[in-house]
Write a protein that binds this ligand. Structure first.
Ligand SMILES: *Cc1c(COP(=O)(O)O)cnc(C)c1O
Length: 297
């Protein structure tokens, strides 16, 4: 399986600046952005066991869900093409068929069958009745939830923790992660990591319940959810965020993107500056990738 020829373990690097030094903490970045060229970051982690399951069931077709800028749709389209699955993407918003985003253009080029649905219909994406209808309409595809977030996703994400512990020769106090569906946060929590999750969307408080549901009663690490670093909402940004992202690039020579990872690092540095951590603590921030969605300026 070509997809498995990823860079593993992904590199880990220390990030040190005036803020981390003043706080006396150690900050690392886990470079999952380097894991694979088209199936990047947490999408690779979350898809791995979904794809292995689809293969072992002998499935030929994958069906999944996403918006116009979905890194997940992009990853599924690329993985499907590489592994010989047909792919169907249920896309939120009928109006966007008129003007495809670069993400959706890529999906189309990979051969994904894009089905545009109304926002009202898209809301049904986790309802059993609706999924049954889709299954009938598209000859029983292997259905992957939005964002790839399923029990299989948690399993894939969980594999990151032993990688990190081995690379640092210690268990970090916290792992910081950007959150969209919360699947990545849940995967890390499921194996006992203490997680700092930064919502990339406005009104992200619901993530607490969603993550709890994903954990399904499992014993887990502690979750701290931060909902104030959304910069106006999902895929929204302002001058301050872009300036931060550019400065981060200059200082560390690592590219972030404005939808998830720049917001997470902005929030994390803000918390470090405000003394949310104790001297001597270790934080690993996850670069979840998503650079295909980088703002082109
Ligand atoms: C999808 C995505 C996330 C959000 O992951 P969830 O598991 O849905 O919370 C974070 N960062 C990047 C770069 C992503 O593409």
């Amino acid at each position: 399986m070509d997809l498995l020829s990823a860079i593993l373990p992904t590199p880990i690097q220390e990030l040190s600046n005036a803020i981390t030094e003043k706080a006396g903490i150690r900050l690392y970045i886990k470079r999952d952005d380097l894991i694979h060229s088209t199936v990047s970051g947490n999408k690779w982690r979350k898809l791995k066991y979904n794809l292995l399951e689809a293969q072992s069931q002998g499935q030929r077709r994958l069906l999944t869900f996403g918006g116009a800028f979905s890194n997940h749709l992009y990853a599924v389209a690329a993985a499907g093409k590489a592994l010989g699955f047909e792919t169907i993407g249920i896309v939120r918003g009928e109006e966007i068929v008129e003007k495809l985003s670069p993400t959706l253009m890529f999906c189309k080029e990979q051969g994904m069958n894009l089905q545009f649905v109304s926002r009202a219909e898209y809301k049904l994406r986790n309802e059993a009745d609706y999924l049954q209808k889709l299954a009938a309409k598209f000859s029983n595809p292997f259905i992957i939830p939005e964002g790839g977030t399923s029990a299989f996703a948690l399993q894939g994400v969980a594999e990151m923790l032993p990688e990190i512990n081995a690379q640092l020769s210690q268990i970090p106090d916290y792992i910081a992660v950007a959150a969209g569906t919360g699947g990545t946060a849940a995967g890390l929590l499921s194996v006992g990591a203490n997680v700092l999750a930064f919502s990339a969307l406005k009104g992200g408080a619901f993530l607490k319940e969603d993550i709890k549901a994903l954990l399904n009663g499992r014993h887990s690490g502690d979750l701290q959810l931060f909902t104030e670093y959304h910069f106006g909402g999902y895929a929204k940004y302002d001058e301050e965020l872009i300036t931060f992202m550019n400065e981060f690039k200059r200082k560390f020579d690592i590219q972030l993107e404005q939808v998830y990872t720049a917001k997470m690092f902005f929030g994390l540095f803000d918390l470090i500056r405000k003394n949310n951590f104790q001297k001597g603590q270790t934080i690993v921030a996850l670069h979840t990738g998503g650079l295909q969605g980088l703002l082109k300026s």
